[in-house]
Design a protein around this ligand. Structure first.
Ligand SMILES: Cc1cc2nc3c(=O)[nH]c(=O)nc-3n(C[C@H](O)[C@H](O)[C@H](O)COP(=O)(O)OP(=O)(O)OC[C@H]3O[C@@H](n4cnc5c(N)ncnc54)[C@H](O)[C@@H]3O)c2cc1C
Length: 413
C-alpha cells in the first residue's frame, strides 16, 4: 500500500514526537522547520537540563478555555508512556524530590539528540530554513507554500508551530494563521511563565538581589495563586521560578482590567510573633548596633535600607533597642507582606510559554484532528493549552505530538 505522506510544520518538541509516532506507523514523514535546525527550544529548556516531564502531572496543572481537554490525550499517551518512550530511545530519567523529570545526563542536548537519532532512524526527512506561510486544502491533499513561494504537497498536515513565546527560538505565532484561514478561532494569546513588571520606585536599588520566600498574587485581596522559592529583584520587577508560576493567573486578571498586587513573604517559616521575638532578641544581644547594622546577617545587605524606608524608619542610625513595638511590627509587616502593584510582564521574548492559542473545541479530543478540515491536526503549544512550570509544558508537547502523529498516520482517515 502507498505510504501516507505526512507533513509536520514545526520541528519542536511536539513536531519531533509527532514525526516519530507517524513514522513508526509506516507513514512517509517530513518536518518543515523555519529555523536552521530543529528543536532549538528544547536546548533552552530547564536551564539547559530539560525538565521533560513531571510524575505528579494532573489536569489542574493545565490551563486554557477547556483545561480538561487534555484528559483523553493523556489517557492515550501520558507520563508513564512518555517515560518509556524516552527510555526506549536512551533517555534514562532523573526524578527530583518535586517529581520533575530530567534526563539523567542533565543535558537538554541529549534529549534532542535522542529524538533526532530516532526520527532519522525511522526515515523522517528534515527540511530546515523552511517557513510555511500558507496551507491550501485540495480535494484529497494539502498544498503548503513556503517563504520562497514553493509548493509542497502532502496527504496530511500536523501543525506544531508553537505559540508566540520566545520567538528567537522559533515560535513566532505564524502557526495561528495556518488554522485561522480554515475558520479555527484564536483565543487571544498572552505570555505565561514570564517575569512581572511592578509599580515601584525602589527597584533599581535592589536589582540583582535574590531571596528565598513566598509570593502571592492577590486580586481585590483574594488570593489567586501563590508559590515559594528563589525570587529575584530586577530593575523592572521580579523574576525567578515562583514568579513565573504565579504569572499566568496574574496576567489573566490584569487582562480583564483588574488590579493585581503581589505580596512577598521573606520569612514564610516564621509567624509574626516569632519574628518579633527573633528581632527583639537580636536587638538585645547587639544593643551597640544601629538599626541598619542589626539586620546584617539576617537579610541581604542591599535590602536593609529599602525595607527600613518602606517601614517608615527614617533614621537608620538609631540604636536598634530604641525602636518601639509598633515600629518593629511595621518592619515585620514589610518582611512578611511586602506589597507591589503588578503593571504587566517583561516581554514576549522572555516568556517561556504562551497562554491562549487555537481553540481546542474544534479538534477531536481523542485524535487532535480538526473538525473543520479532514487530515489536518494540531499539537503542542499552538493550541489553547498551557501548563504550570515544572515539566508540564513539554509533557503536553510530547503527549499531543505523539497522539496527533499516531492518528494522522492511520490510513483512510
Ligand atoms: C527558555 C525556556 C525554557 C523552558 N523550559 C521548560 C522546561 O524545562 N520544561 C517544560 O515542560 N517546558 C519548558 N518550556 C516550555 C516548552 O519548551 C514549550 O512548551 C514546548 O517546547 C512547546 O513545544 P511545541 O513543539 O509546541 O513548540 P515549540 O517548541 O515552540 O516548537 C515550534 C517549532 O515550530 C517552528 N515553526 C514555527 N512556525 C513555523 C512555520 N510557519 N513554518 C515552519 N516552522 C515553524 C519553530 O521554529 C519551532 O521550532 C520552556 C520554554 C522556554 C522558552
Amino acid at each position: 500500500m502507498k505510504k501516507k505522506k505526512i507533513a509536520i510544520i514545526g520541528g519542536g518538541a511536539a513536531g519531533l514526537t509527532a514525526a516519530i509516532a507517524a513514522a513508526k506507523n509506516n507513514a512517509e514523514v517530513t518536518i518543515y522547520e523555519r529555523l536552521d535546525r530543529v528543536g532549538k527550544k528544547i536546548l533552552a529548556t530547564g536551564n539547559g537540563r530539560c525538565n521533560l516531564s513531571n510524575i505528579n502531572t494532573q489536569i489542574i496543572n493545565y490551563h486554557g478555555k477547556e483545561s480538561n481537554y487534555i484528559e483523553k490525550i493523556f489517557e492515550f499517551f501520558g507520563v508513564q508512556k512518555t517515560l518509556s518512550f524516552f527510555d526506549d530511545i536512551g533517555i534514562y530519567p532523573y526524578i527530583d524530590e518535586e517529581g520533575k523529570v530530567y534526563p539523567y545526563s542533565l543535558q537538554a542536548s541529549s534529549v534532542l539528540d535522542a529524538l533526532r537519532y530516532e526520527a532519522n532512524r525511522l526515515g523522517v526527512k528534515e527540511f530546515t530554513n523552511f517557513k510555511i506561510m500558507d496551507l491550501i486544502k485540495n480535494k484529497e491533499t494539502f498544498v503548503m507554500i513556503d517563504a520562497d513561494g514553493k509548493k509542497h504537497i502532502t496527504d496530511a498536515v500536523i501543525v506544531c508551530c508553537g505559540g508566540k513565546a520566545s520567538s528567537q527560538l522559533g515560535s513566532d505565532g505564524s502557526g495561528y494563521k495556518l488554522f485561522e484561514k480554515f475558520g479555527h478561532k484564536l483565543i487571544e494569546p498572552f505570555p505565561a511563565l514570564v517575569q512581572l513588571k511592578l509599580n515601584a520606585d525602589n527597584l533599581k536599588r535592589i536589582k540583582g538581589v535574590k531571596i528565598q520566600g513566598n509570593i502571592k498574587a492577590l486580586q481585590n485581596s483574594k488570593l489567586i495563586r501563590q508559590d515559594s522559592g528563589e525570587i529575584l529583584f530586577t530593575d523592572y520587577g521580579v523574576s525567578g521560578p515562583p514568579v513565573l508560576q504565579i504569572s499566568r493567573m496574574t496576567l489573566e486578571n490584569l487582562n480583564r482590567n483588574k488590579k493585581v498586587f503581589i505580596q512577598i513573604d521573606m520569612f514564610p517559616e516564621f509567624e509574626r510573633n516569632q519574628l518579633y521575638e527573633l528581632l527583639t532578641n537580636r536587638f538585645n544581644k547587639m544593643k551597640y548596633k544601629n538599626i541598619e547594622e542589626s539586620f546584617n546577617g539576617l537579610i541581604n545587605k542591599r535590602l536593609i535600607p529599602v525595607i527600613l524606608k518602606e517601614a517608615e524608619i527614617m533614621d537608620t542610625k538609631i540604636k536598634c533597642t530604641k525602636l518601639n513595638r509598633k515600629q518593629v511590627y511595621k518592619i515585620i509587616e514589610v518582611l512578611k507582606n511586602w506589597t507591589f502593584e503588578v503593571i504587566g510582564y517583561y516581554s514576549w521574548q522572555q516568556a517561556q510559554v504562551t497562554a491562549g492559542g487555537i481553540e481546542t473545541k474544534d479538534f477531536d479530543r481523542n485524535t487532535l484532528e480538526s473538525k473543520k478540515v479532514k487530515n489536518l491536526y494540531a499539537a503542542g503549544e499552538v493550541l489553547d493549552i498551557d501548563g504550570d512550570c515544572g515539566g508540564f509544558n513539554l509533557q503536553w508537547a510530547w503527549s499531543s505530538g505523539y497522539t496527533a502523529g499516531y492518528y494522522a498516520s492511520l490510513q483512510n482517515r
